[in-house]
Design a protein around this ligand. Structure first.
Ligand SMILES: Cc1ncc(COP(=O)(O)O)c(C=O)c1O
Length: 406
């Protein structure tokens, strides 16, 4: 057999987040628990398809007039319109004035990538500031899009809260015009969000320095249970008439993870600019994947356009958010009962899918080895992967890690 022309290829490490699941799948313990990946699970530990999504899919299947033609490059027009309304608010003047261009993309990641490539081609400042820490894929997505990535301070390990002063200083010394990535809500991995007053200060600082906001909205409705409350940061920036980008994902809030459905909106100063921006977005998308998939966007459009389905969605979404919040309380109480050393109140203060526990990488390794509990090495746990049944096991493990492991 001749040698492969790929002999020189070295094995790449697993993705730090998705690799947790690979290790979990290899574990044969009946007590194993995967708190690594950010996907919702029921109390029974099962993936959830929302009942409103099943209904929407049924109505799509039952409609014989539906065909499988290609979508346009920018995707399903109705989906784009409804997505912009969902994030900006139904009565947003920016939408009424046709200043928002929205393109359907491959979930949140694809929306970030298309937005990044557009900026690298057409925006004068190629530096993007991302929070320290942030979702592990952000620096890779933006670097490959052609932007240069820098960090701004965000999290204070001492308080396990926001390093607001550090954030203001770093954005204050960023070059005028730089792009700034902001998590719209439920910051991943820390679960720490600015308050409304802090958002207002961030907005004023950014507008005074012409910093360009690029919102990543991967958890609208998932943080608080309210779609409006979780969009507030974005809406404050849209309401001031300035420009911004927003990447939306329906992975978490509609449970459409594998359907890869999301949208990139660019809010512009005028409708003329928005039209030109859209024409260039098409040139980014066409050679990348030609046009986006039809099914997921059709599900979302079916739900968003129908008043009853929309209401049902908000109820199911709130139930998911409430279950996560209840897991926070149960874990906090379980640690209190065990007298685990330290202040664990951040578990109930943080918001969204994740708790940034403050456990170090040795403690994380200890919990994997001794308790078969899997999480990312930065000590982030997905609260959505917990249930009333598994909370005691996790609390035992944290207690042992804190009291025994170094
Ligand atoms: C902060 C953040 N942005 C974007 C995404 C993108 O997810 P997706 O591409 O599945 O929509 C995620 C998913 O975990 C995330 O946590």
């Amino acid at each position: 057999m001749a040698d492969s022309v790929f002999n020189h290829v070295v094995r790449a490490p697993e993705d730090p987040i998705l690799g947790v699941t690979v290790a979990y799948n290899k574990d044969t313990s009946p007590n194993k628990l995967n708190l690594g990946v950010g996907a919702y699970r029921t109390e029974e530990g099962k993936p959830l398809v929302l009942s409103v999504v099943r209904q929407a899919e049924q109505s799509l299947v039952n409609d014989p007039s539906r065909v499988k033609e290609y979508l346009p490059i920018i995707g399903l027009a109705e989906f784009n319109k409804l997505s912009a309304k969902l994030i900006c608010g139904a009565d947003s003047p920016a939408i009424q004035e046709n200043r928002v261009t929205t393109v359907q993309c491959l979930s949140g990641t694809g929306s970030l990538r298309v937005g990044g490539e557009f900026l690298a081609r057409h925006y004068h400042e190629r530096t993007i500031y991302i929070p320290q820490p942030t979702w592990g894929n952000h620096p890779k997505v933006f670097t490959l899009a052609g932007l240069s990535v820098k960090y701004y301070r965000y999290y204070d390990p001492g308080t396990r809260g926001l390093d607001f002063q550090g954030l203001l200083e770093d954005l204050g010394s960023a070059p005028s015009g730089a792009v700034v990535l902001l998590h719209a809500c439920a910051h991943n991995p820390t679960g720490v969000d600015p308050t409304v007053e802090q958002w207002e200060q961030i907005r004023q600082l950014m507008r005074s320095k012409q910093l360009l906001p690029f919102f990543d909205s991967a958890y609208q409705g998932f943080a608080s249970g309210s779609l409006d409350a979780d969009a507030q940061s974005v809406r404050m920036f849209v309401a001031d008439g300035g420009e911004c980008l927003v990447a939306q994902s329906y992975a978490k809030n509609m449970g459409l993870y594998g359907e890869r459905v999301g949208a990139l909106s660019i809010v512009c100063k005028t409708s003329d600019v928005a039209g030109k921006v859209e024409s260039q977005l098409k040139l980014v998308i066409r050679p990348m994947y030609s046009n986006p998939p039809l099914h997921g966007a059709s599900i979302v459009a079916t739900i968003l356009r129908d008043k009853d389905m929309y209401n049902e969605w908000t109820i199911e979404l709130k139930a998911m958010a409430d279950r996560i919040i209840s897991m926070r309380h149960q874990l906090f109480e379980a640690l209190k009962t065990r007298g685990t050393p330290g202040d664990w109140s951040h578990i109930i203060k943080q918001i969204g899918m994740f708790t940034f526990t403050g456990l170090n990488s040795e403690q994380v390794a200890f919990m994997r080895q001794e308790y078969h509990i899997y999480m990312t090495s930065d000590g982030r746990i997905s609260m959505a992967g917990l249930s009333s049944r598994t909370v005691p096991h996790l609390a035992d493990a944290i207690h042992a890690a804190v009291t025994r492991a170094s």
